[in-house]
Design a protein around this ligand. Structure first.
Ligand SMILES: C[S@@+](CC[C@H](N)C(=O)[O-])C[C@H]1O[C@@H](n2cnc3c(N)ncnc32)[C@H](O)[C@@H]1O
Length: 216
């Protein structure tokens, strides 16, 4: 699955940011940007699965420092080519499941639209790796989609672990089966019980934002 996901995002890189142009989502996107700028102000941030750097640009405005990473070269090259504040932003290749591989010390970790691509059985190990990377007290922020009928790509399939899949077309005519989960408050609470403190979930019509500190 992981290899398929990477291949899909490599092919999608040049058209990726069209997703941020949907008119009905603009108000929520502005609210998310304001939340993130506040959540990560003054932090030394490790971003995983940064893609084309759409949210990196938001974070770079208020963070003290940002190291933005992705496992796929194509979106990362687009991110690097954007305008960045001097001496504040660096880039690197990193597997989101192995954040220990990213060099440096960080006070916060951010991932946008990544949680939904983590198979449900892999979430505990993924979160533990993130938490080990930061240490107790480290701030973690995730944002992702809520499912909205008529706006979201329909769910085509659900597997035995409760993972949901969409069939997504690209402009080259190809179609891709992509894991895309839509977690709810109960799932966050169950997964993070004992792993996190100060859990703060904001549910907007189209997106959610989860912020907490690593327990310990
Ligand atoms: C939905 S996109 C999110 C991009 C960006 N964070 C955003 O919100 O605009 C998911 C990203 O995960 C990256 N990716 C896929 N597998 C990965 C992995 N194992 N480790 C790190 N990044 C991965 C893809 O290249 C893609 O850029």
């Amino acid at each position: 699955m992981s290899g398929e996901l990477r291949a899909y995002y490599a092919r999608r890189a040049r058209e990726y940011e069209r997703i941020y142009e949907k008119p009905e989502r603009q108000e929520d996107l502005a609210r998310l940007a304001a939340l993130l700028a506040d959540d990560l102000a003054g932090h030394e941030v490790l971003e995983i699965a940064c893609g084309t750097g759409y949210w990196s640009q938001v974070i770079a405005r208020s963070a003290r420092r940002l190291h933005a990473t992705d496992a796929v070269a194509e979106p990362l090259e687009i991110a690097k080519a954007k305008d960045w504040p001097p001496d504040k932003v660096t880039f690197g290749t990193c597997d989101a499941y192995d954040p220990a591989a990213a060099p440096g010390d960080f006070t916060a970790l951010f991932a946008g639209f990544w949680w939904s691509h983590v198979p449900r059985p892999d979430l505990p190990a993924f979160l533990d790796a993130v938490h080990r990377r930061l240490g107790p007290g480290g701030r973690v922020v995730f944002v992702d989609n809520r499912f909205v009928a008529g706006s979201s790509t329909p769910i085509a399939e659900t597997d035995g672990d409760g993972n949901t899949y969409q069939l997504r077309p690209l402009s080259d005519g190809s179609r891709h089966r992509v894991l895309k989960n839509f977690p709810d408050r109960a799932e966050f609470t169950a997964l993070l019980d004992g792993r996190a403190r100060n859990l703060d979930l904001v549910e907007l019509p189209y997106f959610w934002r989860l912020r907490y500190e690593v327990a310990g």
